[in-house]
Design a binder for this molecule. Structure first.
Ligand code: SF4
Ligand code: SF4
Length: 164
């Protein structure tokens, strides 16, 4: 996995123009079965990819925290929400709560998440490749393929399977 992660930024850069064109066409004319195809591609990829050997999302970006995430996680720590925010979070340029630092404070050396059961919604859903109307998050996906090997592979498979 280490080698894969090392080569991923360059691989993603090489594919950037091709991916941009593909997603522009996808947004214009999404296939009727897109949700179904994405579900299938997502499941196939995560049968092959074990996130515990990677954790690159937790190491390099980290999620944003919704109010509900903050309520749930601070309750888990028996902390006041204000104290939780002060200890772990900051407000970013889009006015969202994000981690003060990466790798994520809650990531263990074994790549396990220490708050897995109560982790932020964004962590549960990352890399969003099984969400409905996938064509609507093409900008985000073009960023995610630079650091998530699973998202990269899924987009490569999409291009093979969906002829636009
Ligand atoms: S979601 Fe992607 S970046 Fe995160 S651990 Fe899994 S393969 Fe790695
Ligand atoms: S909360 Fe857990 S899943 Fe989310 S970035 Fe941190 S370690 Fe990863």
């Amino acid at each position: 996995m280490e080698e894969v992660l090392k080569s991923l930024p360059q691989l993603a850069k090489d594919k950037q123009n091709e991916n941009k064109k593909f997603f522009a066409k996808l947004r214009n004319k999404p296939p009727k079965k897109l949700d179904y195809i994405m579900q299938e591609l997502h499941e196939e990829e995560f049968e092959r990819t074990d996130c515990l050997t990677c954790a690159n999302c937790c190491k390099t970006t980290g999620p944003l925290f919704t109010d509900k995430d903050i309520q749930r996680i601070s309750k888990h720590f028996r902390m006041k929400e204000f104290d939780f925010i002060k200890t772990y979070l900051r407000v970013d340029e889009d006015k969202d709560y994000v981690l003060q630092e990466t790798p994520c404070t809650f990531l263990g050396a074994d790549n396990y998440c220490s708050i897995y059961e109560v982790r932020p919604k964004a962590c549960r859903e990352f890399p969003h490749t099984d969400r409905k109307k996938f064509q609507q998050i093409s900008k985000l996906t073009l960023e995610n393929v630079k650091m998530c090997p699973a998202a990269f592979n899924i987009v490569e498979e999409m291009k093979k399977r969906i002829k636009l």
